[in-house]
Write a protein that binds this ligand. Structure first.
Ligand SMILES: [Zn+2]
Length: 325
């Protein structure tokens, strides 16, 4: 078993501890996402095929703010039924961009995350050396990174020779033609991708032979996603429109000509999160309701350990390599 590196977002833990109301930024982001979703429900035909495996066995998983989430019975992935035009509109929403690129937002995020980011940069160097035999001066493409400090830490680290930021709200003057990269990063990016097959194809084409893709994503096969459904405060449209399962990720990677090297779910907080949102467990889920009502702290810790080791936590880290043509 590979040692899991803990990249679980500490801000989520903070939110649970302090209560959602004490984080004004998150409350604003949530309100904007809700307002946008309510006026952009899907019109037209319901999504009938899984965007990952193509199966027609799609069942309603939940509705939130007028948006339907479907779950594929074949590959277990979860996706929102939304229009492409609306996804683009949400990604370019000025009100959200203004909050997220503000000095206050960036400073608050950096204060909570700086230590984690330092660990990530070290971990990336460790992993790239293991799989590429090289951990400095790499050409890197970073998808969707919206933290100025994290971008700077990556760019100025020994890991990166050339650093190219793509599809981010942070505007940067950059050369359009960045060439092929040795390393592609996509942390918390896949959740807003509507056409995952196109994204993985783009990644494949942008990678040098034997290049690595390292991504972090919320997964539809994770404990709190499956237990809390629409009551999960950390899953909402249009911020999260795709939550592939472990199986779904494998299908996407292999379909694009990539080889999965590592899949870990390092989360240590799922069970605490579920406990904090216990009322969100479905009434019919008698086992989990009984467990959450009666489990000792020791039993909860054992359960979390099992969830993490079995790859059933709701945040996954994936390392994949482009296969030789
Ligand atoms: Zn599927």
């Amino acid at each position: 078993m590979l040692t899991a590196f803990n990249y679980y977002d500490p801000e989520e833990e903070e939110r649970v501890r302090r209560g959602i109301k004490e984080n004004p930024f998150f409350r604003k982001e949530l309100a904007l996402a809700e307002a946008f979703s309510l006026v952009h429900p899907k019109h037209g035909d319901t999504l009938s095929q899984c965007l990952i495996c193509g199966s027609g066995e799609m069942h309603t998983f939940f509705w939130k703010w007028g948006v339907q989430y479907l779950r594929c019975e074949h590959c277990y992935s979860i996706m929102a039924d939304v229009d492409e035009a609306d996804v683009k509109l949400y990604a370019s929403l000025e009100s959200l961009k203004t909050i997220r690129s503000s000095k206050e937002y960036q400073e608050e995020g950096a204060a909570v995350r700086r230590g984690r980011w330092e660990e990530i940069v070290d971990w990336l160097r460790f992993r790239s050396y293991r799989y590429c035999g090289k951990n400095q001066g790499l050409s890197v493409i970073d998808y969707g990174n919206r933290w100025t400090t994290f971008c700077e830490m990556l760019e100025h680290s020994e890991l990166c020779g050339v650093y190219y930021l793509k599809n981010s709200i942070l505007s940067r003057e950059q050369d359009e033609n960045q060439g092929q990269a040795e390393l592609i990063l996509a942390f918390d990016y896949l959740q807003q991708v509507q056409n995952p097959k196109d994204f993985f194809q783009e990644v494949y084409e942008s990678l040098a032979p034997q290049g690595l893709l390292i991504l972090g994503t919320k997964v539809g096969s994770g404990l709190d996603v499956l237990l809390l459904r629409e009551n999960n405060k950390n899953v909402f449209p249009y911020e999260h429109i795709l939550m592939p399962s472990k199986e779904g990720l494998k299908i996407l990677l292999e379909g694009a000509g990539m080889e999965l090297l590592e899949f870990t779910t390092p989360g240590t907080f799922d069970i605490n999160y579920v406990r904090a949102n216990k009322d969100g467990i479905a009434k019919e889920d008698y086992f989990m309701r009984y467990f959450m009502d009666t489990a000792t702290p020791n039993a909860e810790a054992e359960f979390q350990r099992f969830i993490q080791r079995a790859g059933l936590s709701s945040y996954a880290q994936i390392i994949a390599r482009k296969k030789m043509a």
